[in-house]
Design a protein around this ligand. Structure first.
Ligand code: G1P
Length: 296
């Protein structure tokens, strides 16, 4: 089986949930502590062995291109002041020439359509998709867990976790043959099922390893949930064609950074995880609890 070396990052969304900030900043540039969401996604991809990064962008996303470019003036200024730690911090933002490619999605037709826009850059090999809104804190990065599991299973693989029943209508939901063990064989998938019709409470989280046949399925441009071309439907077509799809119940904590409360939670969690911030943040939080302010 061919190794997974390419990853698609759909970053064309308008980020309306974070207006007015996203009027001029792509939501993927919004920061958890001091690193943009997209940096977490790229680091996770690198840790999984990805060497080619494909961004599906739209108008107003040029800040993303600049972020991964060299910054000679900034570097020179930091160097002249001897700020080596800050220079090191910049290191992870650099990409080798040609390692990153941008394609435009000209109309917001859905996640499936966004991934389809990258088809010529993907070619005929398995590829990963990472949704930067889903930030996953894990000892072993989530995509790495998936790449390892996928090397045994082949087929398509999605990251999955259980969500409360009353939230299933916000996700792609899996129908699985057996809900035991960490890898589930998927019998069906439905995008944002109407409440009460969900086949399980196993939600798709924004990490995928897909076979190129999913791109062929997307050629049909079928409208799905919300009138959009859904990636979930194209993966479900694989199952209908008799091909294997697996759900990996990854180890780690997922934050929905597409929502304000998820973003705030992630900020606290990543802050507490930082040696330079932990003590101060811990004191602030415990003082907040002790003061009774949270009961008001
Ligand atoms: C997308 C996918 C959905 C998945 C979710 C995970 O939905 O379409 O299947 O469960 O991401 O975050 P969105 O959140 O873009 O509506």
């Amino acid at each position: 089986m061919k190794r997974v070396t390419k990853a698609v990052f759909p970053v064309a969304g308008l980020g309306t949930r974070f207006l007015p900030a996203t009027k001029s900043i792509p939501k993927e540039i919004m920061t958890l502590v001091d690193r943009p969401l997209i940096q977490y996604a790229i680091d996770e991809a690198r840790a999984a062995g990805i060497t080619e990064f494909i961004f599906v962008t739209s108008r107003g996303k040029s800040a993303l291109e600049d972020y991964f470019d060299m910054a000679p003036e900034l570097e020179a200024s930091l160097q002249s002041k001897g700020k080596t730690e800050l220079l090191d911090a910049l290191g992870s933002t650099y990409m080798d020439s040609g390692a990153i490619a941008y394609v435009r999605q000209h109309k917001p037709l859905g996640l499936g359509h966004a991934v389809w826009c990258a088809r010529r850059l993907i070619g005929d090999e398995p590829f990963a998709v990472i949704l930067p809104d889903d930030v996953i804190a894990a000892e072993r990065p989530c995509l790495k867990q998936m790449v390892e599991a996928h090397s045994e299973t082949g087929g398509c693989m999605v990251a999955t976790m259980e969500v409360p029943k009353d939230q299933t209508s916000s996700y792609g939901i899996l129908d699985v043959a057996q809900n035991g063990g960490s890898i589930a064989h998927v019998k069906g998938m439905v995008e944002k099922p109407a409440p009460g019709t969900e086949p399980s409470n196993l939600a798709v989280i924004g990490r995928y390893i897909l076979t190129p046949s999913v791109l062929d399925n997307l050629n049909s441009m079928k409208n799905g949930a919300g009138g959009e071309i859904q990636l979930t439907d194209a993966i479900a077509d694989e199952i209908a064609s008799g091909r294997d799809v697996f759900g990996l119940k990854f180890e780690g904590r997922r934050f929905d950074c597409g929502s304000k409360s998820g973003f705030l939670r992630a900020t606290v969690a990543f802050g507490l995880d930082r040696a330079d911030l932990k003590e101060d943040l811990k004191h602030y939080l415990s003082d907040l609890v002790a003061s009774g302010e949270l009961d008001a």
